[in-house]
Design a protein. Structure first.
Length: 332
């Protein structure tokens, strides 16, 4: 999607839609002092260490709107980008807690890069347009693709580019990059997982399942595997395989009992099986755990979520939303 002001970017954080403006600053290389051959040198305590080649900090995104609630969205983008970049092997990413010490402070990218020992500093902002509930883009670039490419033919380079496309919801373009990553290194579990998500949103829902299952096999102890269970459950649900979807949604619920999203899907799938009482119970639990009335109505849920291409949205309507109606979720 291309807007008049620039290319559209959509970043997902916990099911929400964001349209950020991003800017990347590359800090200059650390100066290296040479001495005559054979001379003994000692590092100065004032000289910062050389930054790793693939090193980055995601600074807290600024809220440019007059709505203070948008700061939650801005912080969510920062968290999501930090998490996504940290999943790229051989990449050094400054933690979210450290990055947030620079919140609401004047940002001097070169100074921050030196202080944290990183080569790249990612900054951004979020602004609402009129009465729309979705922030709008001001400017976007293929930041990670240009910043993190190490060498041609490197799986790290291709995964960096794939991630840059992924967070912009350019799933069709990201697919060949993830496939290249896997061809170069078949142990990169995160490439399988993200490729599965790309397949899902572009309509190849069935292909999501084996890709997410492979990611689980390669990294069975990842604390975020609950999200993989959700994707597999979604793929089964959208194909009306309710009996196969339920165990995956239950596993997602067990993996993170305080996360509202598994309960919403369980509400739908149980109602579709005819167990409307259990569906209503799961819907009530989802409402208790969520905030900002995310699951107060179908209109609200549709407004805050991303539901893919038209053919994918049709599948959601025929299964997921149909089940929520049966579970008692009102239209408005």
């Amino acid at each position: 999607m291309v807007a008049a002001a620039g290319a559209a970017v959509v970043i997902v954080v916990a099911g929400w839609l964001f349209w950020p403006a991003l800017r990347l600053t590359v800090t200059p290389p650390v100066a290296v002092h040479t001495t005559p051959e054979g001379a003994h040198t000692f590092p100065s305590v004032l000289e910062p260490p050389r930054a790793p080649r693939l090193s980055i900090v995601v600074l807290p995104f600024a809220n440019l709107s007059t709505d203070p609630e948008q700061q939650y969205f801005a912080d969510g983008i920062t968290d999501d980008l930090t998490t996504d970049l940290s999943r790229i092997a051989d990449t050094f990413v400054i933690s979210r807690n450290t990055a947030f010490t620079y919140k609401d402070k004047p940002a001097n990218a070169k100074q921050i890069g030196r202080e944290l020992g990183v080569r790249y500093v990612l900054e951004g902002s979020v602004r609402r347009l009129g009465l729309s509930s979705r922030p709008v883009i001001e400017r976007s670039e293929m930041l990670a693709a240009r910043a993190l490419i190490a060498t041609p033919g490197s799986p790290v380079a291709h995964q960096a580019k794939a991630t840059a496309l992924f967070v912009q919801r350019r799933y069709e373009e990201a697919i060949p990059e993830y496939e290249t990553v896997i061809a170069l290194d078949r142990n990169r579990w995160e490439a399988y997982s993200d490729l599965g998500i790309c397949k899902f949103w572009t309509g190849s829902v069935e292909e999501t399942i084996p890709l997410e299952e492979q990611a689980l096999r390669l990294n069975p102890r990842d604390p975020q595997n609950g999200l993989r269970y959700l994707w597999i459950g979604r793929a089964h649900l959208l194909q009306s395989r309710l009996d196969e979807a339920i165990p995956w949604f239950e596993r997602a619920r067990i993996a993170n009992p305080e996360f509202w999203l598994p309960h919403v899907y369980l509400a739908s799938v149980y109602a579709l099986t005819g167990d409307t009482k259990r569906g209503a119970s799961e819907l009530a639990e989802a409402r208790r755990l969520s905030f900002q009335d995310r699951v107060s109505s179908l209109a609200r849920l549709k407004a805050i979520g991303y539901w893919g291409e038209p053919k994918v949205r049709e599948l959601f309507e025929a299964t997921f939303f149909a089940g929520l109606r049966k579970a008692g979720m009102p239209e408005e």
